[in-house]
Design a protein around this ligand. Structure first.
Ligand SMILES: NC(=O)c1ccc[n+]([C@@H]2O[C@H](COP(=O)([O-])OP(=O)(O)OC[C@H]3O[C@@H](n4cnc5c(N)ncnc54)[C@H](OP(=O)(O)O)[C@@H]3O)[C@@H](O)[C@H]2O)c1
Length: 265
């Protein structure tokens, strides 16, 4: 299937590894120009290198060190991408995950920090890009969030709170700009094999005094697919949602969870 995004310009946050990187790979493979950022220079450099090696045209890859929580750095990333590739058609927001913990464990300041990291920074970034997308009558916005947005995880309260807010924003925005052919969707990972998920598994195994293998086996028993997903299994959905083919999908939240979310939604 031709996704119809050749030479579209995609800007991805938190994309030097994990789900953001997997999404960048798919978009690049489909012919888009991709700009990625993260905070760690070595990670950005390695990710750009890997993407260039796989690209039919390495010129379609751009990477920059930027912390999306720092407004000046986020703006500089947008500006550098526009200078390199032209105006931005596709925005994919991936993020660092918030600290694990339960509802009574954190103070308001930590909730605020999680809101900034997993919601408010992306609202800011989105609002800076939406006018140009509306002007062009074409745009795609995808937020990589969490299954916690629809099925709160008791040990991940900061995620539960921040993701639901971003989903509420995405839905509201989608209604407002659908008429201009700009779509807004959320993709909800369940458990996919990335650094983030392995960090959480390690923490959880440590608390229970279990081995990594025991902890993973317990996880697998709760996932109908019986395994963690691979980042690419989410990246392909992001690629599709960013495509011309997905022009009538907006305001949706789609899980990539191996069937783990209970209920019909
Ligand atoms: N993997 C899963 O199964 C799963 C499940 C549920 C929810 N999620 C959520 O999905 C999102 C992505 O998950 P992941 O597994 O891909 O995480 P990951 O493996 O930890 O990757 C996160 C990426 O974001 C970058 N990053 C973190 N903070 C940043 C910042 N302030 N500015 C710019 N870049 C930043 C990291 O690079 P630097 O360190 O260089 O900045 C890294 O490239 C997270 O919010 C996570 O909580 C994931």
């Amino acid at each position: 299937m031709d996704l119809g995004i050749k030479n579209k310009v995609a800007l991805l946050t938190g994309a030097s590894s994990g789900l953001g990187f997997a999404s960048a790979e798919v978009l690049l493979q489909e012919g888009a120009k991709v700009a990625i950022c993260s905070r760690n220079a070595a990670k950005v450099e390695a990710a750009v290198q890997r993407l260039k090696e796989r690209a039919s045209n390495p010129e379609q890859v751009f990477g920059m060190v930027a912390d999306y929580n720092d407004a000046a750095q986020a703006t500089a990333f947008v500006k550098a991408t526009q200078e390199k590739f032209g105006s931005i058609d596709i925005l994919v927001c991936s993020s660092g995950g918030p600290a694990p913990g339960t509802a009574t464990q954190f103070e308001a300041a930590q909730y605020q920090q999680a809101m900034q990291n997993n919601c408010l920074s992306f609202i800011d970034l989105t609002l800076s890009l939406v006018p140009a997308m509306r002007g062009k009558k074409w745009g795609r916005i995808v937020y990589i969030t969490s299954s916690a947005a629809v099925q709160p995880v008791p040990s991940l309260v900061l995620s539960n709170v921040a993701r639901t807010s971003l989903h509420a924003f995405a839905k509201s925005l989608s209604v407002e700009i659908a008429h201009d052919s700009v779509t807004v969707n959320c993709v909800m990972p369940g458990k996919l094999n990335t650094d983030r998920i392995m960090d959480l598994v390690r923490i959880s195994a440590g608390k229970r005094g279990a081995t990594l293998q025991e902890e993973m086996s317990q996880d697998f028993s709760k996932i109908p697919a019986g395994r963690y997903g691979q980042p690419r299994e989410l990246g392909t959905l992001v690629g599709f949602l960013c495509s011309d083919c997905a022009s009538y999908i907006t305001g949706s939240a789609i899980a990539v969870d191996g069937g783990a979310i209970a209920g019909l939604r």
